[in-house]
Ligand binder design. Structure first.
Ligand SMILES: [Zn+2]
Length: 192
């Protein structure tokens, strides 16, 4: 049996990602060049177009991964993992990713296209010296700051542990100054 026929048989003549029976083709996962049973899958035009053109990704279409991520076939798992990684900011894809298990070598291949790497457009929080801040870091205040909504002033030199990053504004972090959780501007902190 040809590889192509074998793949269509495995797929039961349906898109292995969303189950559609229309406009099917063999999709081979980058960076693999030649079709292979464990690197190729049968997918519909809708799925393939979105895989290949991230700008056209419609998150709702990929709810289908709820089912197909459990496929026993490596190529399907990798395709699901990559798309969930691309969409992880939506929340639910991250939950699914957390439930997924890929063998080390499969995971390495899944990561080969850079899907799931930090998005260059993702907010990056930096302290006054330009050092990147992450969730859980500790910082020190470099000037006295009024704590919003209270009469308290946090003194220069106060350490703020276990900061949180604001998801919408790269200039804001949150941390506890004394007992109060407050928003602090990144320009006024230095990473410890
Ligand atoms: Zn599909």
């Amino acid at each position: 049996m040809s590889l192509e026929r074998e793949l269509y048989k495995r797929a039961n003549n349906k898109c292995e990602l969303c189950g559609s029976e229309e406009h099917l083709k063999i999709h081979t996962l980058l960076p693999q060049k030649d079709e292979a049973l464990n690197k190729s899958l049968v997918a519909c035009k809708t799925c393939v177009d979105q895989i290949e053109n991230p700008d056209t990704t419609d998150a709702n279409h990929w709810r289908c991964l709820n089912d197909s991520m459990w496929s026993e076939h490596e190529a399907v798992k990798v395709a699901a993992w990559r798309m969930l990684s691309r969409l992880r900011a939506e929340g639910w894809p991250q939950d699914l990713l957390d439930m997924m298990y890929l063998e080390d070598d499969v995971l390495e291949f899944a990561k080969a296209t850079g899907e799931g790497e930090p998005d260059p457009e993702q907010l990056i929080h930096r302290d006054v010296n330009g050092v990147v801040l992450q969730h859980g870091d500790s910082v020190v205040l470099i000037k006295d700051l009024k704590v919003k909504g209270s009469s308290m002033v946090a003194k220069q030199g106060t350490a703020v542990r276990n900061i949180r990053l604001d998801r919408e504004n790269e200039k804001y972090i949150e941390g506890k100054v004394g007992p109060t959780l407050t928003v602090i501007i990144t320009d006024f902190v230095k990473k410890l």
